[in-house]
Each structure stands twice: as structure tokens, then as C-alpha cells.
Design a protein around this ligand. Structure first.
Ligand SMILES: Nc1ncnc2c1ncn2[C@@H]1O[C@H](COP(=O)(O)OP(=O)(O)OP(=O)(O)O)[C@@H](O)[C@H]1O
Ligand SMILES: [Mg+2]
Length: 468
């Protein structure tokens, strides 16, 4: 079968199934794959199309997925010709426009081509390291689009930062950005590291979390990034960055460093990646920082977006969503809910905590706010009120959680065992904490649930513990 006949056949099948037809890039990838060994590699196609190899790889991965679903067999670059011909013979020309039985659909989880593994790595890393997709986000579309543009612009600065107050949504927005756009922007591997976590190096160089050590240093962080990206580092610390840089300049990798400001030597790290210095070039890779402190203030060339709180209408939408079960919210007019926006200035974490007050008290909103002393920090007030209403078992769970490093996703059994609670008691305590927005759970169908608490609650509970 020659390539033109194959393209016609595939297009007619896609049209019959009302699926998107082949794009120009997909057609090029198919044509090159059809040539077998003589065909251009993804990088070569990228060069001729003024794209980078990573974008072509991502497009190819999606194309093989589409064709696998169409043909009912796993497709990759090496077998595409054989599979399409087999499929063509199976259904015969006469039936070429008959929609294909959907039972032929291949489960894409089982496609094990090299392209698939690479794209999948981003999703696996996100699931492993973050609470990705666990919560609905409000009022972020405009900023998300801006960030997406920065992410997709390859010849721009290689540093991006998302800054703003604690609880304003930096981590959540970064998770969404990476989950939705990193693969499409051509990144095929992700390293996600939290500056808050503490590590130590064992003699065999494996990195272990250490809850007793307060700080994490730059070399450990680079080591963590390298191991997530499968990059072998040389033995001497001073050569780490060069080895990392060599790899980062060869393929588009994406690195996220969450809460950079908590790293004591963060200026040193910024200097390593300095976009003003050609020696630090990591193009086509990028690093995204989240930080409560503005990084641009360090005279750093970085695409920085400072998050304000979400706007009034997004705040109201969020309140109505979170307060669905509360009559008081259902019956309220928008202007009656507005004081929540004024008080929280659109900080999503604060909004969730205010929702707790509506659950705890029967009083009118303004009366509730009267409890809040003028000189008291609003966040302290909200946490105190929420914690005061918890059962002893729920408090026990939260107190156990701060024995782990901040931001760490704790497996369920690691909490239940030391708590001494039976299954029912444990489940109830967890449900209570989640209903009060004090605990996030990261659930999957195949692994045990993992729980985390927000860094602000972590800091609050630690402070209380230190005071007593
Ligand atoms: N736009 C949003 N809509 C709804 N909920 C949100 C939104 N942004 C964040 N949240 C929720 O608010 C909480 C705080 O968000 P997040 O952890 O992203 O803040 P942060 O800016 O990273 O804080 P920190 O500086 O402490 O790391 C989370 O529970 C998150 O799910
Ligand atoms: Mg955060």
C-alpha cells in the first residue's frame, strides 16, 4: 500500500467515525514513518518544520494513540504500516466508510511505545507528587492562558515564576498548567520538587527524606530533580549543575520548584539558572518556581505572574459551589455573601475556611465576623475556629500529620497505625478533616489513599506545638 492510498484510507475512516482529520504535522509524521529506516527522525522533522523535537514527539504520541483506537491494535512508528494494511485488508475497501465497532478500541494504558512512556511520565509525576485534579478551581482562566503562552514560548526566558500570598493558589495553578499544557507544549519529562521537603544523602547516594533536618540545600534539590529526570550526576557536587544543564539543553524538560522562598539559599539557586547569563542556558527546558516572595525583585530575568486573589464573581461562584449543602448559602443573595470576598480578598484558602464558620455557627455572617478581633491575623482566627470545632480523633490525625515533612503525601496506613484508631474511627476522622477543608486527599483506584495538609495549617499547628 503506498502512502497516498494509506492517507486517503485513514482520512475516510476518521471522517466516518466523525473524528478529527489528520493535521499537516500528523500527515508529515505518517509519511516519514512510512519510509521506515529512511524516514526522518522526530528531531529532523522538527528542524524542517521549525518546531522542536519534543513537540513532534508529543504530536506523534497522540497520532499513534488515535490510530491504535481506529485500528484496534497497538500502533507505533515501527509497525504503523503493517497495522494499517492489516486493518485495511480486514474491513475491505467496500466497507471502508462503515463506522468501526467501538469494541475494537484499544485501552491506551496498554500502549507501551517509547513516546507513550515519555508523555505518561508527566502525568505519573504529577500524581505522585501533587494533589492534581482533586479540586475544582475558580477564576483562573485568564491567568492560566497567560501562563500557557509563557510555557509554550520556547525562545523566551527559561525561568517562570508564580508568586503571591500563602493560600492564594500558586501550587494549584501550577499543577493545572503542567497537567493541561506541558505535554502539548512539547515537554516530555517533568521533575516536581518541593523546597520545603528535607532530604539527606545516604552513603550510597540515594536520597532520603529526613524529618529532623530543617533545611534542604541546593545540591540536594538538584540531585532530586536529576533523579526524577533519570539523569546520572557525577560524584562531585560542583559538577552537578553542568551535568544537569547538558541534559536540559538536549531535550525539553520541565522542572517545577514549589515554594522556592523556603529554600534558605534560594538566591544561589536562582543565580545558577540566571537567564542573563548564556553560561546558564537551559533552553529548550524551563523551570517554574512558585514563591511567596517576588523573584523579579532579585533583578532576575523571569516571566513572573503575581497572583492576586480571585475576583468577586469567582469568589461567589466558589462559595456557592462549596456551600451547596448549606441552606444559608442557597438562600443568600450575592450581596449578602460579599463580605466574605471583602474579608478574604479572594484568597481561596481563606474562603474555604470561612465556609467552615458557616457550617459551625448559626449566627448571621456579620455576627460571626465580629468574633474576629481586629488585631488578630485572619488566617489564625479562621484556623483556630475550625480546629476548635473538631473531634479529638480528627485533631489526633492532624497532629500526627505534622510529624511528617510539609507537603508530604502521607499514605493512609502510615497515619492509621500510629493513631490507634479502628477503620471506622479513622475514616470518620479523615472525613471530618476534609469536610472542614483542613486535609486534602489524593485518591487513586489502584493505590492506597494519601493525605496532606496545607503548608499554612502545617505552620500553624507546628507553632502551637512549639508554644506548648
Ligand atoms: N482558584 C481556586 N479555586 C478554588 N480553590 C482554590 C483555588 N486556588 C487554590 N485553591 C485551593 O486553596 C488552597 C490553597 O491553594 P494552594 O495550595 O495552591 O496555595 P499556594 O499559593 O500554593 O499556598 P502556599 O504559599 O502556602 O504554598 C488549596 O486547598 C486549593 O485547593
Ligand atoms: Mg503552594
Amino acid at each position: 500500500m503506498d502512502i497516498n492510498a494509506a492517507l486517503d484510507f485513514i482520512s475516510s475512516q476518521l471522517m466516518a467515525k466523525k473524528l478529527k482529520t489528520l493535521s499537516t504535522l500528523e500527515t508529515t509524521i505518517l509519511k516519514e514513518a512510512w519510509k521506515g529506516k529512511d524516514g526522518k527522525s522526530y528531531d529532523e522533522i522538527g528542524n524542517s518544520e521549525y518546531l522542536d523535537g519534543g513537540s513532534v514527539k508529543t504530536a506523534a504520541y497522540k497520532l499513534w494513540q488515535r490510530l491504535s483506537n481506529l485500528c484496534g491494535e497497538k500502533v507505533n512508528r515501527d509497525n504503523v504500516q503493517a497495522v494499517v494494511e492489516r486493518y485495511y485488508n480486514k474491513i475491505g475497501l467496500a466497507e471502508a466508510t462503515v463506522p468501526i465497532n467501538s469494541s475494537l478500541t484499544v485501552n491506551i494504558e496498554t500502549i507501551d511505545s517509547e513516546d507513550h512512556r515519555e508523555c505518561h511520565q508527566i502525568e505519573i509525576t504529577l500524581r505522585e507528587k501533587t494533589n492534581w485534579e482533586q479540586k475544582k478551581l475558580f477564576g483562573i482562566n485568564t491567568i492560566l492562558e497567560q501562563l500557557r503562552d509563557h510555557l509554550q514560548t520556547r525562545d523566551d526566558y527559561w525561568l517562570m515564576s508564580i508568586t503571591g500570598a500563602g493560600g492564594i493558589g500558586k501550587t494549584s495553578l501550577t499543577e493545572k498548567l503542567v497537567g493541561e499544557y506541558a505535554a502539548d507544549a512539547g515537554f516530555f519529562k517533568l521533575a516536581w520538587t518541593m523546597a520545603k521537603r528535607t532530604y539527606y544523602l545516604e552513603p550510597n547516594m540515594s536520597v532520603k527524606k529526613d524529618n529532623n533536618k530543617k533545611d534542604i540545600n541546593t545540591d540536594y534539590m538538584i540531585y532530586d530533580i536529576a533523579s526524577q529526570l533519570d539523569i546520572n550526576l557525577p560524584p562531585a557536587n560542583q559538577d552537578y549543575f553542568l551535568a544537569l544543564q547538558r541534559k536540559l539543553t538536549s531535550e525539553p524538560y520541565l522542572i517545577v520548584i514549589d515554594n522556592l522562598e523556603t529554600l534558605p539559599e534560594y538566591q544561589k539557586l536562582l543565580a545558577r539558572f540566571n537567564p542573563f547569563d548564556p553560561m546558564c542556558n537551559i533552553r529548550p527546558s524551563k523551570v517554574i518556581f512558585t514563591s511567596r516572595k517576588d523573584l523579579k525583585a532579585n533583578n532576575c530575568a523571569v516571566r513572573e505572574i503575581k497572583l492576586p486573589g480571585i475576583d468577586k464573581s469567582a469568589t461567589l461562584e466558589m462559595i456557592r459551589h462549596q456551600g451547596q449543602e448549606l441552606d444559608i448559602v442557597k438562600q443568600a443573595l450575592d450581596e449578602e455573601l460579599e463580605p466574605i470576598y471583602q474579608k478574604t480578598e479572594g484568597n481561596p484558602l481563606m474562603i474555604s475556611l470561612v465556609m467552615n464558620l458557616l457550617r459551625i455557627y448559626d449566627d448571621p455572617l456579620l455576627k460571626i465576623f465580629e468574633r474576629f478581633e481586629q488585631d488578630q491575623d485572619i488566617q489564625e482566627f479562621l484556623y483556630e475556629e475550625s480546629l476548635n470545632s473538631l473531634s479529638d480523633n480528627a485533631l489526633l490525625i492532624l497532629n500526627l500529620m505534622i510529624k511528617y515533612a510539609a507537603g508530604y503525601l502521607i499514605p493512609s496506613s502510615d497515619l492509621q497505625k500510629p493513631s490507634g484508631l479502628n477503620n471506622d474511627e479513622f475514616r470518620q476522622a479523615i472525613t471530618e478533616c476534609s469536610q472542614f477543608n483542613l486535609l486534602d486527599s489524593s485518591r487513586s483506584l489502584k493505590d492506597e489513599s494519601r493525605y496532606s495538609i496545607h503548608s499554612l495549617l502545617y505552620e500553624f499547628l507546628r507553632r502551637i506545638q512549639d508554644e506548648h
